[in-house]
Design a binder for this molecule. Structure first.
Ligand code: CA
Length: 265
């Protein structure tokens, strides 16, 4: 889909409602990841907002720099898509502003052929850029790649080993022990366990697990995820009907036991 796919859209400066379509991330206590789109062209924002909702993201739109900065600070999005040419100034100014604060992934939306813009954006610390016109599919793939990179950098790799119950995972050494005995995990099993333990106590959606553990361009059956989860359970000595560690949240995803588990789980 290109920007032209939006058709005739009435111009309005009011906040546009976000399209709501079902996704794995909805329901339960799983928060869909929020993307802030700072862009003043409805022909781009409307179809893109819909595409993001279809892909399981929550999209917020800001038509000006001022509104963008306000939403970035008050709503704490997971990622910002930032246009360069905005009615009240340059997207680069907003990028500079955001870079002075804690790291928030930013993808710049740049005009075709404007290499200077792309270089400047990357120098100012943008995580990636896409060139207009872009397809929603391409952009979503970029968003996922940036989120995966930045969340991998933010996961407790630096904060050392993590222990829950008798399971101890060391992200930097990529080792797992159960009752002090080393567990032989495949690479995907390890990645899956590291992600789930990093979110211990919270539900992680199937979609996010597939996104972050498998490739963005991975179109295989989601059965693969179940096969890996059941492999992990076996190695952890977990019983799927009454798991101690790896809980299935039907229709949503999986949850690794928190450090303190409620009595009835
Ligand atoms: Ca613009």
């Amino acid at each position: 889909m290109t920007a032209a796919a939006g058709g005739t859209i009435p111009r309005t400066t009011e906040a546009r409602p976000t399209a709501r379509l079902p996704s794995y991330d909805e329901g339960m206590n799983v928060q869909p990841r929020m993307v802030l789109l700072v862009e003043d062209e409805d022909a781009i924002t409307v179809p893109l907002t819909e595409a993001l909702a279809r892909e399981g993201f929550r999209a917020e739109t800001a038509g000006t720099l001022a509104e963008g900065l306000d939403i970035a600070r008050s709503r704490r999005p997971d990622l910002v898509l930032l246009d360069v040419m905005l009615p009240d100034g340059s997207g680069f100014d907003l990028l500079r502003e955001l870079r002075g604060e804690e790291h928030l992934p930013v993808i710049m939306l740049t005009a075709r052929g404007d290499e200077a813009d792309r270089v400047l954006g990357l120098e100012l610390g943008a995580d990636d850029y896409v060139v207009k016109p872009f397809s929603a599919r391409e952009l979503v793939a970029r968003i996922r790649a940036v989120l995966r990179r930045t969340s991998a950098a933010a996961t407790p790799a630096a904060s050392g080993p993590q222990q829950i119950g008798d399971v101890e995972l060391d992200p930097s050494a990529r080792t797992v022990t159960l009752n002090g005995e080393p567990l032989e995990l495949t690479r995907k099993e390890f990645d899956l366990l590291a992600l789930l333990m990093g979110q211990a106590g919270k539900v992680v959606s199937r979609e996010r697990l597939i996104d972050e553990v498998w490739d963005v361009n991975w179109f295989g059956s989601t059965k693969t995820l179940d096969v890996h989860v059941s492999g992990l359970r076996k190695k952890l000595g977990d019983d799927s009907s009454d798991p101690r560690y790896l809980h299935t949240v039907r229709g949503v995803g999986f949850r690794f036991a928190g450090a303190v588990e409620p009595e009835s789980s």
